[in-house]
Design a protein around this ligand. Structure first.
Ligand code: ADP
Ligand code: MG
Length: 489
């Protein structure tokens, strides 16, 4: 009986399965090993993957993407409120649940985020079934380490709707560490691993201590809005300027041109990971005029330099949170498609004083690979009725949930600090700065001193802090209407 491991990504998803005693990445019906996490509705037709993504030119209001940012969240979640402004599709509020509204031939249809995610999962399930020639129901699905219980529960629910029996929801960094067999190589001593995951829209750093089969996530950090799509957008900006220089035509309002340009820029970006120059050609981009440009790797690095530097700050902050210095890290594991960018690898290596990076597995396949290894192990154990060594050790449910609540809270605090750091001291009086950062530090200290506090207590404190932050923003906005509330409303 086959069992699959699924990396349900923000931008791309991947499924792996055990075949002929080897873990294999399943190709989709287009022959690709990665499937864009897109779903589109056009008339009665529902498309997924690449077909849905390429519908973007014509049908952008009915194309749903980045659903992972929605799943398991309340409508009034401040981060979700910020994201809503960036999406082309409609999300409505129903009893504080975000509901996706699509227009199928003037017939408005509503979907829960779980239903959209389940469409992607179902597609991956079908691809795996075609590949294996048999029905598959058992799966392990991965989620970011900072996902809270609601987000995990909703992901599991999406699996259920897709007809999957979700054996386990597994943390993405844990899956990556399993893929790299790090739990086998350092059996007798503790090993500190830094997982650097730079994907399409998110950047996640995790510090894990592995002792044999036990994966202890010490800290998570990063940036929920940093990834390959930002690099693509910078390239699009560059092309707009280039086109203006060539023709004096401004493309910035031409939505169709922009979305075509974005796809070509993504291709050029990938090319620049292996060569030093790439062409960007778009036929008839505007009023019959073609766009032709070349971009060098050096230029690409230059226009994204600030983003790249941000990743190192994320690493440093996460190390600080884990109370570790960089020399305590034994392994640095790269995952996420954007870690293929040579400059990122170079900067990271330099940050770790020349330490070799671990990137022997395809960075965009490692998570699905690890999930499949784990899934296979679970099934084997189930059949042999051996004691669930991994499960009992790693996933003591209560402890896990407690840890999740603590991490969600810590993540929220670091988001707020990052936000107010971005807002800058010129918009805040020194009293306000002290008030916000002081309160955040108080909460961090409290978390540190109450490691075993229960979930209810943690959630209550987080709610209080959220209320406080909303209030402070309200006060500042009364004075300064230009305050960006991209994250917090
Ligand atoms: P996620 O986990 O966010 O769904 P992935 O880890 O699969 O996504 O990463 C997707 C991102 O990686 C996309 O922005 C894609 O353009 C980028 N990417 C993929 N391959 C390369 C490459 N060779 N060079 C640079 N970026 C790449
Ligand atoms: Mg990913």
């Amino acid at each position: 009986m086959s069992v699959i491991g699924i990396d349900l990504g923000t931008t791309l998803s991947c499924v792996a399965v055990l075949k002929n005693e080897r873990i294999e990445i399943v190709p989709n019906n287009e022959g690709d090993r990665l499937t864009p996490s897109y779903v589109s509705f056009s008339g009665d037709e529902v498309l997924t993957g690449k077909a849905a993504k390429y519908d973007m030119d014509f049908n952008h209001r009915n194309i749903i993407y980045q659903i992972k940012r929605l799943i398991g969240k309340k409508y009034n979640d401040p981060i979700l409120q910020g994201d809503l402004k960036l999406w082309g599709f409609e999300v409505i509020n129903k009893n504080n649940c975000p509901i996706i509204q699509v227009d199928c031939n003037h017939d408005l249809k509503l979907f829960h985020p779980e239903q959209i995610s389940s469409t992607i999962l179902l597609e991956l399930k079908h691809d795996a079934e075609t590949y294996m020639g048999s029905t598959i129901t058992d799966a392990v699905i991965t989620v970011p380490a900072y996902f809270n219980s609601a987000q995990r529960k909703s992901t599991k629910e999406a699996g259920k709707i897709a007809g999957l029996n979700v054996l386990q929801i597994l943390n993405e960094p844990t899956a990556a560490a399993i893929a790299y067999k790090l739990h086998h190589t350092h059996k007798h001593k503790a090993c500190n691993v830094l997982i650097f995951d730079l994907g399409g829209g998110t950047f996640d750093v995790s510090v894990i201590t592995i002792r044999g089969e036990v994966f202890d996530i010490k800290a998570t950090g990063g940036d929920a809005h940093l990834g390959g799509e930002d690099f693509d957008n910078r390239m699009v900006q560059y092309c707009i300027q280039e086109f203006y220089r060539q023709t004096e035509v401004d493309l910035s309002k031409n939505k169709r041109a922009l979305s075509r340009l974005k796809m070509k820029c993504e291709d050029a970006k990938k090319k620049l990971s292996v060569s030093v120059i790439a062409k960007i050609n778009v036929d008839s981009i505007h009023s019959g005029i073609d766009f032709k440009a070349t971009i060098s790797r050096a230029k690409f690095e230059d226009i994204n330099n600030d983003y790249f530097a941000k990743t190192l700050h994320g690493v440093q902050n996460t190390l600080n949170q884990a109370k570790m210095t960089k020399d305590k890290i034994d392994e640095i594991v790269l995952i996420g498609g954007s870690t293929r960018i040579p400059k990122i690898q170079e900067m990271l290596k330099r940050f770790f004083n020349g330490k070799q990076l671990n990137n022997s597995i395809n960075p965009d396949e490692a998570v699905a690979y690890g999930a499949a290894v784990y899934a296979t192990d679970l099934i084997k154990q189930k059949f042999s009725e051996r004691k669930h060594l991994m499960e009992s050790k790693i996933f003591d449910e209560r402890l896990e949930q407690q840890r999740e609540a603590r991490q969600t809270f810590e993540y929220y605090i670091s988001d707020i600090k990052q936000y107010f750091t971005c807002v800058g001291t010129h918009k805040l009086s020194s009293y306000e700065t002290q008030l916000i950062f002081g309160r955040c530090d108080n909460e961090s200290n409290w978390i540190e001193e109450h490691k075993m506090s229960n979930i209810g207590e943690l959630e209550k404190r987080q709610l209080h802090l959220e209320e406080f932050v909303r209030h402070v923003i309200y006060i500042i906005r009364k004075k300064d209407k230009t305050l960006s509330t991209r994250w917090f409303n």
